[in-house]
Design a protein around this ligand. Structure first.
Ligand SMILES: [Ca+2]
Ligand SMILES: [Ca+2]
Ligand SMILES: [Ca+2]
Length: 285
């Protein structure tokens, strides 16, 4: 028995009808599921022989449980799918290049299902060709909002350029690399993409010289020095960019000095040079 019926029995039908009028003027929407999907990838600017990992996450943005949730997720050629990862919450079937997954249980209002993940590899994909991963989600429940049932993530294939340079001990601390100033082998360097979430580098240098072939996009180079051993030399000294240091200190902690390059726009087929000059802070570096 509802509360309203109970009231009717106590106070009589006419007064209940009178009381009900304002409630009818503002009816509450019926609870309904609203499934949505987001497709995300940390790395989406890839070299022709690159790879990526793509997530599709289904969510119920509605106000009622979503039964029979199905996710259809495609990572098309030239990607070759090397791995499909999902939780036991899903039952999945794969027919190249599409994985179709059914959620075992209803998806509660406000809840996200565990991600379905595809790892795709490229083997000589053509440069410049955009590739799009697409996921669509559906429910056997009644939902009215259907324009959020598809998620997309676009990938861009680019050529590679070269990042290279030296890490040297600026013995006279003048910011210029001169003959006789030796290379340093215990300083690492990282290049962080500004255009997606990607990074390259090494934890210590290859005999003080390095050369990395990386997908053409924008990077910032970062170096961390231990103050007990090194500090950064004066950057960008003089007019000759081939003998200066390209790292500027941007922060420090009690133990480390942290330096960055300017923004580096790596161009396919071209060399971008980044040199790092350091000065010993102890008598025996
Ligand atoms: Ca929807
Ligand atoms: Ca010098
Ligand atoms: Ca330079």
């Amino acid at each position: 028995m509802s509360a309203r019926m109970a009231t009717a029995m106590v106070v009589g039908l006419s007064s209940v009808l009178f009381a009900a009028v304002p409630a009818v003027a503002a009816p509450k929407p019926k609870p309904a599921p609203d499934v949505t999907v987001d497709v995300t990838a940390e790395r989406f600017i890839l070299p022709t022989d690159g790879w990526t990992s793509v997530d599709a996450v289904a969510r119920n943005a509605g106000t009622a449980p979503a039964p029979g949730v199905r996710l259809v997720f495609t990572l098309p050629a030239p990607f070759q799918i090397g791995q499909i990862a999902s939780s036991s919450a899903w039952t999945c079937d794969f027919v190249t290049p599409t994985v179709t997954c059914d959620l075992v249980d209803d998806l509660a209002p406000g809840a996200s299902a565990p991600a379905v993940n595809l790892t795709g590899y490229l083997y000589g994909a053509p440069v410049g060709e955009p590739i799009e991963a697409v996921a669509t989600v559906s429910t056997t429940g009644r939902e009215t909002v259907l324009d959020n049932n598809t998620g997309r993530k676009q990938f861009q294939i680019v050529g590679k350029g070269t990042l290279r340079g030296v890490i040297w001990n600026d013995l006279d601390a003048d910011g210029v690399r001169e003959a006789g100033e030796p290379l340093v082998t215990n300083v690492g360097l990282g290049f962080w993409s500004l255009d997606d979430d990607d990074q390259y580098g090494f934890s210590n240098s290859y005999n003080g010289t390095y050369s990395l072939d990386v997908p053409a996009k924008r990077y910032v180079g970062r170096v961390q020095l231990y103050k007990s051993s090194w500090r950064f030399t004066t950057p960008n000294v003089g007019a000759d960019d081939s003998v200066d240091s390209d790292i500027v200190q941007v922060s420090e902690t009690s133990y480390t000095s942290n330096g960055e390059t300017a923004v580096l726009s790596v161009v396919a087929g071209e060399i971008t040079t980044v040199d790092i000059g350091v000065v010993a802070t102890s008598t025996t570096p």
